[in-house]
Ligand binder design. Sequence first.
Ligand code: MG
Length: 312
Amino acid sequence: MMMYVTKIGLWIGFALLSLFVLVTFAEAADDEKWPIGVIARFDDHGTGLPLEKAVTSGVSVIQLKVPIAVNRTEDNARRILETLKKYGVTLTCVVSGFAGESYKTISGVRETVGLVPESTRRERFEDFRSVSDFAKCLGAPSIQFHLGFVPEDIESQAYRDIVRVTREACDYVFENGQWLNLETGQETGAALLQFIKDVNRLNLQVNFDPANMILYGCGEPNEALRIVGHFVRSTHCKDARWSKNPGEDWGEEVLFGTGEVNTERFLETLRSVGYDGPLIIERENKESPDKQYDDVLKTIEYLKQLRKKVLE
Ligand code: MG
């Protein structure tokens, strides 16, 4: 009798172990196709999670907001790499940004953001080179940024100038073995596609942020994703609600899955365009750092469920 009970116990143990292995490998397989990540920051600049919090939140990849210039040292690069190695987290991208940019209003973005404003273009381009060099120290495969509002008139000198400086940026990061990902939002999908074709550089890609399409009032995100899908190398899982005056006033950024992106259709569209890169959570909850962190944890769980549903 005793032997019989022991045998049953062994079989139950074996069944539980098999179930554990199956579940673990199923999650790992999902994570290979669409690894879940979050935006992190090393210093106090930027809206991402502090690096230590990001790498212990349960994600397998991160995008890193670049430290300010004085913090881009070899020592800091070593510290970042040690932290990533310790927690088994992979860096997919370094996110650039420039001193003097203002995101308070859409018109402020038009005047101050990216390489578009002419008065700061050369100085910012030098900073951009330093970001790419720092990213090389970290082994990051991509650089990402807001280029700014690209002029709508493709025959204008202003448009040709932006095309030229974007080519220079692509060529610089190419020498460092990197892709250049344009963050979406400030153009329609069709205008962005036209711009990518005009720049005509193989390493120019897109970081698709569906919420930005709504926040800036530039079009339905899933339609835009279908238009530029072939160039999407990375994506932000961020949600938003439309403003009453799209394109003039900001929409409202909200917890992923509670806004007007239609998050299930977003993942389905990613699947239909053949996307297999990371799902990077971007949450800018300004109420408090604790609430921002809680929202990231909620979104990780939400994305795991949604990813499973869409990939099945
Ligand atoms: Mg974004």
